[in-house]
Design a protein around this ligand. Structure first.
Ligand SMILES: Cc1cc2nc3c(=O)[nH]c(=O)nc-3n(C[C@H](O)[C@H](O)[C@H](O)COP(=O)(O)OP(=O)(O)OC[C@H]3O[C@@H](n4cnc5c(N)ncnc54)[C@H](O)[C@@H]3O)c2cc1C
Length: 351
C-alpha cells in the first residue's frame, strides 16, 4: 500500500465506518486497534462447542430509524429480522417490558383497555408501586446509588404504552447480522486502501503527517491532564449450561435490589434462524453486574452530570486545538451512543 495519509485509532463501529468512507474516497488508511481484534464493544466470540455467538460486552441489537444508516450497513450484512423483547422478573413472576398493557394488567390483575390505562396510571399509589418494582432497584444497581436517592419523578418520564406492543425498540429496522457481528467489521475493513494493526494503541503525536480519527477515551489521549472522566462499568459472568433453553428469551431484567445482577442474557435466542444452534441441548447465559469504575477498567456508561460534561468539554476544546485530529465515537465524545447513532455520526462526518 502507498504511503498512509489517514489513521483511524479505534476499530469500533464509529472507527470502522470512518475507515471505510476514507478508503472509498481514495485515502490510504491505517486502522489501529489496541485490543487483539476489531469490533469495539460490539465484538462477539463464537463458542467453539455450541456455535453460539456470545456478545462479549453485553447484548447488542441493531435498530434504527435512520434510512442512510440502514442502507449503508446492509451493503455489508443482511439482518435476520430479530425483534427485541425484554422480560423482567419480579418476586418470582415474569413481566413483559416496556411499561404497557401487558405489564400493567398482569401486575395489577386488571383487564384495562388502551383508553383506560393512562388515567389508571395517573394514580400516585399505582405509579409508585410500578416504580418501586421495576425501576427503583434497577436504576440504583445500574448507577450504584442508594435506592432512596432515586427520584420517583423518573416514572413520570417513562412513557406508558397504550397497547400490548412489547417490541422493546420503536425502530422498524431491527435485527442481528445473519453472518454475525464480527463479519460486519471484517467486511467494513475489507478494502485495498485499508491496513489493520491490532494490539497497537495510538498515542498523541504518533503519525504527525497523517490526519487522525480517534475514538478512544478523550481524557486518556491527553494523559488525564485535567482529571479522569467518570464512567460506570460492568462485570459479566458467562456460563454454559446443559439445557436446551434457560429462560425462553434473550434478555430478562432483574429489578430487585436483593439480586446483585441487573440482567441475564441468553444468546442463542438472537439467532432463531440457526436451527443447528437452536436444537442443541446446551445454552450460554451471561449475568450482567453493574460495577464501579476506576482507571484501567472497561468504561461502559458515561456518568453525565454537569461537572463531568464540563470536563469533557475542556478535553474537546483541547482536541480542537490540534490540527488534523478528529475525535468521535462514544469514548471520544463521552456520551452514550447506540450503534446506529455511532454509525450515523461517522457517516455525517466531514472527512
Ligand atoms: C452494555 C451495553 C449494551 C449495549 N447494547 C446496545 C444495543 O443493544 N444496541 C445498540 O445500538 N447499542 C448498544 N450499545 C452501544 C454500543 O456499544 C455503542 O454504540 C458502540 O460500541 C459505539 O461504538 P464506538 O466505535 O463509538 O466505540 P467502541 O465500540 O468502544 O470502540 C472504540 C474502540 O477504540 C479502541 N481504542 C481505545 N483507545 C484506543 C487507542 N488509544 N488506540 C487504538 N484503539 C483504541 C477500543 O479498544 C475500542 O475497540 C450498548 C452499550 C453497552 C455499554
Amino acid at each position: 500500500m502507498e504511503e498512509i495519509n489517514s489513521v483511524v485509532a479505534g476499530a469500533g463501529i464509529w472507527g470502522c465506518t470512518v475507515a471505510r468512507r476514507l478508503a472509498e474516497a481514495g485515502r490510504k488508511v491505517l486502522v489501529l486497534e489496541k485490543r487483539r481484534a476489531v469490533g469495539g464493544n460490539v465484538r462477539c466470540e463464537t463458542d467453539p462447542e455450541t456455535g453460539i455467538e456470545v456478545h462479549v460486552y453485553g447484548s447488542h441489537i441493531f435498530h434504527t430509524h435512520n434510512g442512510a444508516v440502514w442502507d449503508f450497513i446492509r451493503r455489508f450484512v443482511d439482518f435476520n429480522g430479530y425483534q427485541h423483547k425484554v422480560m423482567a422478573k419480579y418476586e418470582g413472576k415474569s413481566y413483559f417490558l416496556p411499561l404497557g398493557l401487558a405489564l400493567i394488567n398482569k401486575f395489577f390483575s386488571t383487564e384495562l383497555s388502551p383508553c383506560e390505562v393512562e388515567d389508571f396510571m395517573k394514580d400516585e399509589k399505582r405509579s409508585k408501586a410500578i416504580f418501586d418494582a421495576f425501576f427503583r432497584g434497577y436504576t440504583s444497581k445500574q448507577w450504584g446509588r442508594a435506592p432512596e436517592s432515586i427520584d420517583p419523578e423518573i416514572i413520570r418520564r417513562v412513557p406508558v404504552r397504550r397497547s400490548y406492543d412489547i417490541n422493546y425498540f420503536n425502530d422498524y429496522n431491527q435485527g442481528i447480522p445473519l453472518s454475525g457481528y464480527n463479519s460486519l467489521f471484517e467486511r467494513l475493513l475489507d478494502h485495498p486502501n485499508i491496513r489493520i494493526e491490532c494490539g497497537r494503541r495510538y498515542r498523541l503525536g504518533d503519525f504527525p503527517d497523517a490526519k487522525v480519527y480517534y475514538s478512544g477515551p478523550v481524557d486518556q489521549l491527553f494523559g488525564y491532564r485535567f482529571g479522569a472522566l467518570p464512567w460506570r462499568s460492568l462485570r459479566f459472568e458467562t456460563e454454559r449450561l446443559p439445557l436446551a433453553d434457560y429462560q425462553g428469551t434473550s434478555v430478562v431484567n432483574y429489578p430487585q435490589i436483593d439480586v446483585p445482577y441487573t440482567r441475564i442474557h441468553e444468546f442463542k435466542h438472537y439467532h432463531p434462524e440457526r436451527k443447528d444452534v437452536m436444537t442443541r441441548t446446551e445454552t450460554i447465559i451471561m449475568r450482567e453486574y453493574p460495577a464501579s469504575w476506576k482507571m484501567g477498567d472497561e468504561p461502559y456508561y458515561p456518568i453525565a452530570d454537569a461537572e463531568s460534561l464540563a470536563l469533557a468539554g475542556r478535553y474537546r476544546d483541547e482536541a480542537a486545538k490540534i490540527p488534523n485530529l478528529v475525535i468521535g465515537g462514544r469514548l471520544g465524545g463521552y456520551r452514550y451512543l447506540d450503534m446506529d447513532q455511532a454509525m450515523a455520526a461517522a457517516l455525517e462526518l466531514e472527512l
